[in-house]
Ligand binder design. Sequence first.
Ligand SMILES: [Fe+2]
Ligand SMILES: [Fe+2]
Length: 255
Amino acid sequence: MLGDIVSSMGVAALRRRLKGLIEEHNIDFVIANGENATGGIGLDKKTAKEILDCGVDCITLGDHTWSKKDLIQTLDEKPHKVIRPINFPKGAPGAGSAIFELSSGKTIGVANAIGRVFFNQALDCPFKAIDELYEGEFKNCDLKLLDFHAEATSEKIAMGYHVDGRFSLVVGTHTHVQTADDRVLPKGTGFLTDLGMCGPDDGVIGMDSDQALGRFIQGLPFSYKPAKGIPVISGIVCKFKGCLELIRIREMVKV
Ligand SMILES: [Fe+2]
Ligand SMILES: [Fe+2]
């Protein structure tokens, strides 16, 4: 699972490195959060295709889901390869989960949810939405994975405990900074608070530092623009065969 892809630099890093990582770790399935992939905010149809062409099997999203309007068409395409948070209010385009079959014949359910702390959007309860999914669509899935896109560390950890023993893996996205707390929760669910990002490392969470400082110090309404420089790829490799093994990835990629 890869953290938020930020700008064309993040996509370029995946294009350069992802197939190598897949080979080195013998990876069956790749999930990446794409909510910042087009120009730093949102994801359009063209970039979604570019990400899938890099070797990503499923793209998850977050608070920037609706920033690029042409994605709505992609979100409604079946089978769903691009999913958005499941707890957007009922009637929102697209799906909040998807089920895939691996070459081994095992099924993998991928879910995306968004937290409610510090997000000023109309959102249903993510905890209840995931319960419904677990009891319903995901009932017979061999593996169940969740990208919980949230600001607050506490909300992400709470979600980990909420699904402990029910989901195979819960990871957080959105903050763009990888946390070092990968662990297996008491009932067996793999957990990491935040995957980090795939994008320019020399900036403020992927954005140009001058623009970010202007907003923080002077309160000026600069619009964010992606940073430049060497991108980083951040995420986690999970091995479910036998004992659950989690390997954090954070590497610079020359593009
Ligand atoms: Fe986000
Ligand atoms: Fe993000």
